[in-house]
Design a protein around this ligand. Structure first.
Ligand code: PMP
Length: 428
């Protein structure tokens, strides 16, 4: 059996940075990534059989824990009937019925294969439907790696300090207007100037790619009103928040209705799935019922639909999201108490089963505050936790995720690890 180090050395020769998605490479926290051999419940085991309590959850999908038997069995059943048909299949209809029932603003939906595809398709629709070219996004928000979104982007783009990627044509970047998150006055000013050119505004209704930053009271409604007034399409990117911060996503949690919504992660149960949907009159403009083209050979894949449907079934259990939120609170309050006890400035944010840790004494509500927190301390803390068997996202600019498989004991073990890791990190 290869060790983590051996695998990484081989990988480095063969894949850029040794990985298939940048943040996995541990570049910002330093050191080398571990290679996962298997996962179950709240845990990952690497190839050396070291166990980690996992707060990444495959970056969000594993909301019921890894390798849940109901999801696994649904996939096993589906596989027996074939892997891909390229024709419509019944599970796609059930999936569309489920999504439109759980998220009422979504009257029609189109399945795709990733969050990136969902957001790219949603802005094409916004542009096609309005006949306008400009889109608005927020500094530190990440919507996948489409050209239009890699402008002042969060997640890996922020972690690696290349907020606008080489390779994005200037002509494409010029069509993306950016705004500071949680600053309604700035949005009003922008719309006053450019309102007539704006096809759509896309936002993470709870930002999760500059760490975790919830919207201020009234902020999302303020954006809703601006879009309505100026005829722009409001797109909530619920790739992270969908079916997680509440059963109906952030839009249900905050009571604000977007025109279009994008999904990923939980909706696929761990399979490569995304979706976009929204108002019927908009979605009817998508091919083949309308002229706005978007397609996918594997879209609505029967195995992926089976995994997603099993997952969506599980999150509909009564009290699921309340329990997840309570666990997340237990973790965040516990970490706060540990940090206070150790005299380390820490502030936490959380919404439902999503959380963020910032090494600062301020309540973090903006990109500027998130990037001003002590990331060097975070990096030392990350490694201290990893050494103690707790895996946090390997970047100060990623949200953390809990699952229903995280037990009170797991949280107690995490807090114990945090005490040791903070003592060590602080002494540096
Ligand atoms: N939107 C948001 C809010 C995301 O967090 C992500 C991925 N983390 C994406 C879009 C892109 O999804 P994918 O990685 O599946 O392309």
């Amino acid at each position: 059996m290869s060790t983590n180090h051996e695998l990484f050395q081989r990988a480095l020769q063969l894949m850029p940075g040794g990985v298939n998605s940048p943040v996995r490479a541990f570049k910002s926290v330093g050191g080398e990534p571990f290679f996962t051999a298997r996962a179950d419940g709240a845990y990952l085991w690497d190839v050396e059989d070291t166990r980690y309590i996992d707060y990444v959850g495959s970056w969000g999908p594993m909301i019921v824990g890894h390798n849940h038997p109901r999801v696994r069995e649904a996939v096993e059943r589906a596989v027996r009937d074939g892997l891909s048909f390229g024709t419509p299949s019944p599970a796609e209809v059930t999936m569309a019925e489920t999504i439109t029932r759980l998220v009422p603003s979504v009257e029609m939906v189109r399945m795709v294969n990733s969050g990136t595809e969902a957001t790219m398709s949603a802005i094409r629709l916004a542009r096609g439907a309005t006949g306008r070219d400009k889109i608005v996004k927020f500094e530190g928000c990440y919507h996948g790696h489409g050209d239009s979104f890699l402008v002042k982007a969060g997640s890996g783009a922020l972690t690696f300090g290349v907020p606008t990627s080489p390779g994005v044509p200037k002509a494409a970047a010029d069509l993306t207007l950016t705004l500071p998150y949680n600053d309604l006055a700035a949005a009003k000013t922008l719309f006053a100037k450019h309102g007539a050119e704006i096809a759509g505004l896309i936002i993470e209704p709870v930002a999760g790619n500059m760490n975790c930053i919830p919207p201020k009271d009234g902020y999302l409604q303020g954006l809703r009103d601006l879009c309505t007034r100026h005829g722009a399409v409001l797109i909530f990117d619920e790739v992270m928040t969908g079916f997680r911060v509440s059963l109906g996503g952030a839009q249900a949690h905050y009571g604000v209705v977007p025109d279009l919504t994008t999904f990923g992660k939980v909706i696929g149960g761990g399979m490569p799935v995304g979706a976009y949907g929204g108002r019927r009159e908009l979605m009817e403009q998508v091919a083949p019922s309308g002229p706005i083209y978007q397609a996918g050979t594997l879209s609505g894949n029967p195995v992926a639909m089976a995994a997603g449907l099993a997952m969506l079934e599980l999150v509909q259990a009564p009290g699921f999201h309340d329990a997840l939120g309570a666990r997340t609170r237990l973790l965040c309050d516990g970490l706060q108490a540990v940090a206070d006890g150790e005299g380390v400035p820490l502030s936490t944010n959380r919404v439902g089963g999503m959380f963020g840790l910032f090494f600062t004494s301020e309540k973090v509500q903006s990109y500027a505050q998130a990037t001003a927190a002590d990331t060097a301390l975070f990096n030392r803390f990350f490694h201290g936790m990893l050494k103690r068997g707790v895996y946090l996202a390997p970047s100060a600019f990623e949200a953390g995720f809990l699952s229903s498989a995280h037990s009170e004991q797991d949280i107690a073990d995490t807090l114990e690890a945090a005490r040791g890791a903070l003592r060590e990190a602080r002494q540096h």
